[in-house]
Design a protein around this ligand. Structure first.
Ligand code: WT7
Length: 635
């Protein structure tokens, strides 16, 4: 088991050690895992080339660190608790033994379907235990999984499958989300039409929707699992072999396939999980994130299972059958650590206190948040009404690319401050730099958040495009990893994340590039061009405001085009990327060189209609007045 820090002085001591001797520090943590062969060297790195390697030439299989390492002591302990969408349906509990069996079985099936070490397997599934089983089965045989969030459209799914060159897709007939049924297989079918690389689709029966099974390509999960059973030797992998690809958005239109490798990711997710949440033996841990995002990968599946924890997977949504669902689950399973997103808290807070009636919440010890800045009001509501003033809140800052938590309190150890992610985790060296890249030393400073030294959990590349990896993260500031976030370090040295400083927006914890949404809008035949910005939204954190230029409107008028834009965005990306506000304008505020001045649009989206600063570089300054009038009309 990885060591657990349990006092503030312990944190200060370990942090110092991790900074003065990072390789010695991480080697000690790594020693607590099971390696088939230990490393020849702990770390080599060159931020100029974006080249980072941890635990060189070490050999292992991550699933042996989940199963073989734990089975002897905790084979009968529950590994996964699954709470179905409908609270009246039966819970599933899988012990480490049972999970091991299922992972082996599915690993054998993947092998039988021709999946070899290094092949990519795409996964497009609802939140069911089989999703975690598929990921672990891939890891067992050395295949690279690429989970695509089930809210993505057929087009987005196809783009990701093609980019990764996945040979096999694991999906389901449908999925439940509250009162809705999602036709997952139908969406997958549409995606597969354009993916020549996918030779096989394994389909789990979840909703019993009628689906078409394409002969020679589609096979039922239950047919395969009826035929095969047994164990499979874990494939021996290099520490730097890829474990998975996970797509995320950046400031350009094309999503990036972030690649995480096995050894470093394993060490980092397990160590952060144990220390940030202060997970102890027998605790029940519940993270409400979807496995389709990095939080689900690192803190629903890998971190907890590597720690021998009991992790709760919830299929449904926080507001169904009613807004007390999370709290009902906490009481039902006596959850000890609960990890969620600020947007979920804000939406529950807005639905009123009555959903807390009759809920005890006495089992809770630690509360966590992730994905976006948490406002003070939501923080206090969480602290007072959910944590009953007894549970520390860990506001965890990190990213898909960082693999694991980077800045966060250790629960109950580092004193918290509302809306502050507080202090860096072991081995993390934050650097705050100004626009010119000068590091701002000392306290009470604000600027761009960078990380000055490698950590084991960091992404190693972008699938198929290392140059893009280098350019995106390592070229803005010399010798630093640039996060894209703004940050403040206050008088006590505490970090507060201020949000993105690039063209990335964060809507209900979903990260997207403004360019991605613009591309989807521009697909509309009547749209000439568009510009998308984020604006403060009471529940979602940020809402999407789209400024759209159309030369003409069809018979449906503005309303007609607005609706078909929304349909189009759902089709190209997914419903979660639909703009909250669409305003039709005659033109966009552009400089003479053709660059859109987004600052002006952001001001207008925020309802600030005057004081635009210097607008003399604009090609047509009058356009601003016209946009203001149009935006005011929209309200
Ligand atoms: C971006 C990363 C990390 C898993 C979920 C999101 C924002 C994340 C916090 C936080 C303020 C946060 C940042 C970051 N973010 N956590 N605790 N406080 N902002 O992963 O989709 O890769 O997004 O989310 O802007 O850059 P992601």
């Amino acid at each position: 088991m990885v060591p657990k820090i349990s006092t503030l002085s312990g944190y200060i001591f370990e942090y110092q050690k991790s900074i003065t001797n990072p390789t010695g520090f991480w080697a000690n943590i790594a020693e607590t895992f099971y390696w088939r062969k230990k490393w020849d060297q702990v770390l080599t790195w060159d931020f100029k080339k974006a080249d980072v390697k941890w635990f060189l030439n070490a050999k292992l299989n991550i699933t042996e660190n989940i199963f073989e390492r734990h089975l002897f002591h905790r084979g009968n302990q529950t590994a996964i608790i699954w709470e179905p969408n409908d609270p009246n349906d039966a819970t599933v509990k899988l012990s480490y033994f049972e999970l091991f069996d299922k992972v082996n079985q599915f690993a054998l099936i993947l092998k039988q379907q021709g999946i070899e070490k290094g092949d990519r397997v795409a996964i497009y599934m609802p939140m069911v235990p089989e999703l975690a089983i598929t990921m672990l089965a891939c890891a067992r045989i050395g295949a690279v999984h690429s989970v695509i969030f089930a809210g993505f459209s057929a087009q987005s799914l196809a783009d990701r499958i093609i980019d990764a060159g996945a040979k096999l897709l694991v999906t389901s007939d449908g999925g439940y989300r509250g009162s809705k049924t999602i036709p997952i297989k139908q969406i997958a079918d549409e995606a597969m039409e354009s993916c020549k690389c996918v030779k096989t689709a394994i389909v789990l029966k979840r909703t019993n929707e009628p689906v078409t099974m394409k002969p020679g390509r589609d096979v039922w999960w239950h047919d395969l699992t009826q035929q095969i059973n047994g164990t499979i030797e874990a494939e021996i992998m290099d520490a730097e072999d890829p474990l998975f690809i996970l797509y995320t958005s950046g400031s350009t239109g094309k999503p990036k396939g972030v690649v995480h490798t096995i050894g470093g990711y394993m060490v980092y997710t397990a160590y952060t999980f144990r220390n940030v949440f202060q997970y102890g033996d027998g605790d029940i841990y519940f993270c409400s994130a979807d496995i389709g995002w990095i939080t689900g990968h690192s803190y629903l599946v890998y971190g907890p299972l590597l720690t021998g924890a009991t992790t709760l997977i919830f299929e449904g949504i926080p507001t169904w059958p009613d807004a007390g669902r999370f709290w009902e689950i906490v009481d039902k399973y006596q959850v000890n650590q609960f990890y969620t997103a600020p947007t979920a808290l804000r939406s529950l807070m807005a639905m009123g206190m009555k959903w807390l009636d009759g809920k005890h919440l006495t089992s809770l010890k630690v509360l966590g948040t992730v994905g976006e800045p948490i406002n003070e009001e939501a923080w206090h509501w969480y602290h007072d009404h959910i944590g009953k003033n007894r549970c520390p809140i860990v506001d965890t800052w990190w990213q898909t690319e960082t693999g694991g938590i980077m800045i966060s309190p250790l629960a109950g150890i580092i004193p918290t401050k509302p809306s502050y992610a507080t202090l860096p985790f072991m081995g993390i060296r934050p650097a705050i730099v100004d626009q010119e890249g000068n590091e701002l030393m000392g306290n009470s400073v604000e600027g761009n958040l960078c990380i000055a030294y490698p950590w084991p959990g960091m992404a190693r590349t972008i699938w198929g495009d290392h140059e893009r990896f280098r350019e995106t993260y390592f070229s803005t500031f010399q010798n630093l990893y640039f996060t894209g976030d703004g940050v403040k370090r206050d008088e006590d040295g505490y970090y507060r994340i201020l949000g993105r400083v690039d063209d990335v927006i964060n809507v209900s914890g979903h990260r997207m590039g403004t360019a991605e949404v613009e591309n989807a809008i521009n697909e509309h035949p009547l749209v000439n061009e568009s510009a998308v910005v984020g604006y403060p939204h009471a529940i979602k954190g940020q809402g999407i405001f789209a400024f759209v230029v159309c030369t003409e409107f069809s018979t449906g008028g503005e309303e007609g085009v607005r609706n078909s834009i929304l349909v189009g965005v759902s089709k190209f990306i997914g419903a979660f990327a639909r703009p909250d506000k669409i305003v039709f304008v005659k033109g966009l505020p552009k400089t003479r060189s053709g660059k859109i001045m987004r600052r002006i649009l952001r001001n207008i989206a925020e309802g600030q209609y005057t004081n635009f600063g210097d607008t003399t570089t604009l090609l047509d300054p009058d356009i601003v007045t016209e946009i203001v009038v149009a935006a005011q009309k929209l309200g």
